[in-house]
Design a protein around this ligand. Structure first.
Ligand code: ZN
Length: 129
């Protein structure tokens, strides 16, 4: 059986933080904005820009919430109960953006298809927590 250098610690120890991407459209923009603002007010969460355009791998307009691992257990249950129909994509930050988005993401609400092609030719990680 093969052992690699990381076998002493579980793979989840590589998770440096999480993103929760809240998706919306013109009809749900204000709801999404207030959801993100409230999350940033209640928890140790860094709210990103409210993008009224497609950015990165995201399939819809989006706003990013960035959080440390310890905040996950507070934020995700709160989003689950307050998202009011919005789709939210949650992924870890381990240092490999493609794998984090393609293999390790989870959805609150309706899932959508990410544009993973944006990672072609990029260094393994370019997202800041
Ligand atoms: Zn992200």
């Amino acid at each position: 059986m093969a052992h690699d250098a990381d076998s002493a610690s579980p793979p989840e120890a590589r998770i440096r933080g999480w993103h929760a991407h809240v998706y919306f459209d013109a009809n749900t923009l204000e709801h999404a904005r207030s959801l993100c603002e409230e999350a940033a007010r209640l928890f140790a969460v860094k709210m990103g820009r409210v993008h009224e355009q497609i950015v990165g791998p995201h399939p819809a307009w989006s706003c990013q919430l960035a959080l440390r691992p310890a905040v996950f257990a507070q934020l995700i249950p709160w989003l689950t109960l307050h998202r009011q129909g919005l789709s939210i994509f949650v992924h870890p930050i381990t240092g490999d953006d493609l794998v984090d988005h393609r293999d390790h993401g989870s959805w609150l609400g309706q899932s959508m298809t990410l544009n993973l092609g944006v990672f072609d030719g990029l260094p393994p990680t370019h997202f800041e927590l």
